[in-house]
Ligand binder design. Sequence first.
Ligand SMILES: [Zn+2]
Length: 117
Amino acid sequence: MTALTPRTTKHIGQTAPDQTVPWAGGHPPWCARDHRCTAAHITGGEHVSEPERWKTSHGTLIATRYHNARGGWVEIRTVTALDPHEPIAQAQCRHLIAVTHTVFDRVLRPGKDTNHA
Ligand SMILES: [Zn+2]
């Protein structure tokens, strides 16, 4: 079992998808509301969350949420060690990309109820 430990107190997914929450001061509840948020300062600016870091037994997952006039998106990065042998490291990279695609397809498929992913 992989241990997942969020490292921030303001989680980017803290609001239920069907819950309407007022955007206090024009910001969504997850917005960092600091220098990273450019929504109120420039045309085409965007709200930006604090990066949410999850320490796992395999490394760190970092997710940052964004929203602008066209919609919202999330950037997800991972930092993990690879095998020291190049062929195995390449296979690990390919497998991680393929599995990530499968998970994204499963979660983001149109009509998918993400509350029970
Ligand atoms: Zn904002």
